[in-house]
Design a protein around this ligand. Structure first.
Ligand SMILES: Nc1ncnc2c1ncn2[C@@H]1O[C@H](COP(=O)(O)OP(=O)(O)O)[C@@H](O)[C@H]1O
Ligand SMILES: [Mg+2]
Length: 317
């Protein structure tokens, strides 16, 4: 069986994706030694590697591990779908739903997404920044979080506790994408909940509790060993953990996701669950959350991905 692990990509998360690709390849090759890593970069060779439009398929199955644009939106997945190449993970249509945090927020259980507004850079420019900022800050109220609506790895994400922090935060966020979201900041315990969907059974793995040493779970805190403390299982009560697991399974089903997803959320001091986002190609690096959840469940990264690969092949036949 020819298996292609696609990693890299053209955005700020390229290096993270290359690390995810190497980690999964190493684990998967224990049972599937033929798995090949294909780096997606600017030269377009990867498109050729998928085979000509009318010729035979070049791979039996693809495992997309590209984060952000191309990998987690509908781009790559729709190309694979029209070429008839089976792949692990959510369909192009589901990817489009989850990639836009505003769209995803409208599909999760009612009342669980923090209040937000979203707009493109052109609107900001044409309507005049001061007018928009005044209206938004009055409506959302401080503290608020500014972030690219389709970002990743916390790039361009800033917490604003004062009004004058919002404009520079927007400039930063627009550096990562044309649309931004200003969202009410939630205070509480942050959790990442992995869901795996194998053989018709949709199961949440033990939630990973995230406590950044420097208070913000930013890019450095994510990829520097020791910069974040993780608790798996989470220290929250078993009742809260159960609700959080059920919630992540509901998100997976509500967005019609497939194979694997990771829901990022915050549980506040009253026990309410707040949705941040759901990832369909979650990070798989040495410090990433999903590998920790897989191990906490008593499973192995290689074992889970081997099953997902086999399931993707079976889906197409
Ligand atoms: N509304 C919010 N309230 C509090 N913290 C937030 C909020 N939105 C994001 N964050 C923080 O920023 C981080 C990144 O935000 P997230 O929406 O998950 O984007 P990314 O796709 O970059 O991971 C989160 O892990 C969390 O620590
Ligand atoms: Mg996140």
């Amino acid at each position: 069986m020819r298996i292609a692990i696609l990693s890299g990509g053209l955005n700020a998360e390229r290096d993270v994706s290359l690390r995810s690709g190497r980690r999964v390849a190493k684990a998967l090759r224990e049972s599937m030694p033929e798995a090949e890593i294909i780096e997606v970069d600017l030269n377009g060779e990867f498109l050729d590697s998928l085979g000509s439009a009318t010729g035979p398929k070049s791979f039996d199955v693809v495992l997309p591990l590209i984060h952000g644009v191309i990998g987690e939106d509908a781009t790559l997945r729709s190309l694979l779908e029209i070429k008839g190449i089976p792949f692990v993970g959510s369909s192009a249509a589901s990817a489009a739903r989850s990639f836009d945090k505003g769209v995803a927020s409208g599909l999760v259980p009612k009342g669980s997404a923090p209040k937000f507004v979203a707009f493109p850079q052109s609107f900001f420019r044409e309507m005049g920044a001061p007018r928009i900022l005044e209206a938004v800050i009055a409506g959302i109220e401080l503290p608020l979080v500014v972030k690219p609506i389709s970002g990743g790895s916390a790039l361009g994400v800033r917490l604003c506790t004062e009004a004058q922090q919002v404009a520079p935060a927007l400039v930063d966020a627009f550096g990562y994408g044309d649309r931004v979201m200003l969202q009410s900041a939630v205070n509480g315990t942050e959790l990442a909940v992995t869901v795996i969907d194998i053989g018709g059974e949709i199961t949440a793995l033990p939630p990973v509790e995230i406590v950044p040493v420097s208070e913000v779970y930013d890019f450095d805190a994510r990829y520097t060993a020791g910069a974040t403390e993780f608790f798996v299982p989470s220290r929250l009560s078993s009742d809260v953990i159960k609700r959080v697991c059920d919630y992540a399974v509901t998100v997976h089903k509500s967005l019609d996701l497939r194979d694997i997803s990771r829901t990022d959320l915050i549980v506040d001091s009253l026990g309410a669950i707040w949705f941040l986002e759901v990832n369909i190609a979650p990070g798989m690096t040495e410090t990433s959350l999903v590998p920790q959840a897989i191990e906490a469940a008593g499973l192995s990264v290689g074992g889970v991905f081997a099953e997902l690969v086999a399931q993707a092949v079976a889906r197409s036949s």
